[in-house]
Design a protein around this ligand. Structure first.
Ligand SMILES: Nc1nc2c(ncn2[C@@H]2O[C@H](COP(=O)(O)OP(=O)(O)OP(=O)(O)O)[C@@H](O)[C@H]2O)c(=O)[nH]1
Ligand SMILES: [Mg+2]
Length: 365
């Protein structure tokens, strides 16, 4: 399926129905008084997460959404029908922004989470409302109000605990394939992965964490080289980055230089990634030969107190150690971070669900 993670759409909520001007006329009630009903409310535009979705593809082709208008009020105090709300389904991790102001309107991260992004217009009041002791026969009613309308940017930022980053061919997809049920394409040429893959790593103690395999990055990516930096948005919400560096014997480039190039690109992307905690992973241990490149990288990390693991995803070496470390570290990070994608958040106040109530108003989570 095609992966789309950025679209611009236009949406308009429904217009409120007109209030009615009417007077009761019955055989023995010649002046029955005003009985014009109110107009119905226009449809709201609501965005809702559908866990089955993992792309914004639908919105690439359908770009205009319009909510139904409210029905007009009628005589005999009949209220116009409310326009049925228009629900637009999006994948978990969708950020909705106003296209003009770039303001974030909603960030929908959990299944079934929803947000009213544009309000339907209020229905107008019918003339029955305007009757008073001095004004018995009002000949006016309110028109319905306009519904909100706006250009909206939908941006998908995948929800994953761990992001795999590194040069093309570093072995990112092979790793995710070895530790999860994900089966991405793997090949001996750069840019095999063109869109991110998600995998769930299940541990023996029934814990699990999610990993995002991000397409490879090369020097100059911030200037558009290779696939650019666009896919790094999917690493933004992760708690930990696994930085994969190929340590095979036949590669000439210094592994520390490779690490530096990628980290430079991450800092070009911004603080969210440049400052994120990393675990350095030397890959393809089975073809590391005498281990010269392995040792250079290992020593570099040791000197800087950076966690380092050497693995072979093909020969299944070092994977258990890496997975155990990542799982333990995520648990620690979870404790120290009050708001994190690992938690269910209070939909109203973004509070950590490990607490029993949201302190804002003490409602249970
Ligand atoms: N010998 C050996 N080869 C590996 C290992 N891991 C990956 N490879 C090979 O390295 C090549 C690239 O692996 P991928 O997993 O596709 O690399 P990637 O980082 O996902 O690459 P891009 O998607 O292009 O960014 C493939 O030919 C893999 O078979 C490993 O542990 N040992
Ligand atoms: Mg790949």
């Amino acid at each position: 399926m095609k992966f789309v993670d950025y679209v611009t759409i236009y949406a308009k909520a429904g217009h409120g129905g007109r209030g009615c001007i009417s007077f009761l006329r019955e055989k023995f009630k010649p002046r029955g008084g005003p009985d014009g009903g109110d107009g119905g409310k226009g449809a709201d535009i609501i965005f809702r997460v559908d866990a089955q979705l993992n792309t914004l593809l639908d919105h690439k082709y359908k770009k205009h959404y319009k909510g139904r208008n409210g029905g007009h009020g009628r005589g005999s105090n009949q209220h116009g029908a409310n326009g049925e709300d228009l629900i637009i389904k999006v994948p978990a991790g969708t950020v909705i922004k106003n296209a003009e102001t770039q303001e974030i309107i909603a960030d929908l991260t959990t299944d079934s989470a929803e947000a009213v992004v544009l309000q339907g217009g209020r229905g107008g009041k019918g003339n029955a409302h305007f009757k008073s002791s001095t004004y018995q026969a009002p000949k006016f009613a309110q028109p319905g109000e306009d519904g909100g309308e706006a250009g909206l940017i939908l941006e998908l930022k995948l929800i994953a605990d761990v992001g795999l980053i590194g040069m093309p061919n570093a072995g990112k997809s092979t790793l995710i394939g070895a530790v999860s049920a994900a089966r991405p394409k793997i090949a001996a040429y750069p840019f095999t992965t063109l869109v991110p893959n998600l995998g769930v790593v299940k541990l023996r103690n029934y814990m699990s964490f999610t990993v995002a395999d991000i397409p490879g990055i090369i020097e100059g990516a911030h200037d558009g080289a290779g696939l650019g930096l666009q896919f790094l948005r999917h690493a933004e919400r992760t708690s930990l980055l696994l930085h994969l560096v190929d340590i095979s014997e036949h590669i000439e480039e210094d592994p520390v230089d490779i690490l530096g190039v990628i980290n430079q690109e991450l800092s070009f992307y911004g603080e969210t990634l440049g400052g994120k905690e990393q675990v350095v992973v030397g890959t393809k241990l089975d073809v590391a030969g005498a281990g010269e490149r392995l040792n250079i990288l290992k020593q570099y990390c040791a000197e800087r107190g950076m966690p380092f693991f050497a693995i072979s995803a093909v020969a299944h070496q070092g994977l258990d150690e890496l997975v155990s470390y990542v799982s333990a570290r995520l648990t620690e990070l979870k404790k120290s971070m009050p708001v994190n994608t690992l938690f269910n958040k209070c939909p109203e106040h973004g509070q950590d669900s490990e607490q029993l109530t949201c302190p804002e108003d003490k409602h249970p989570l």
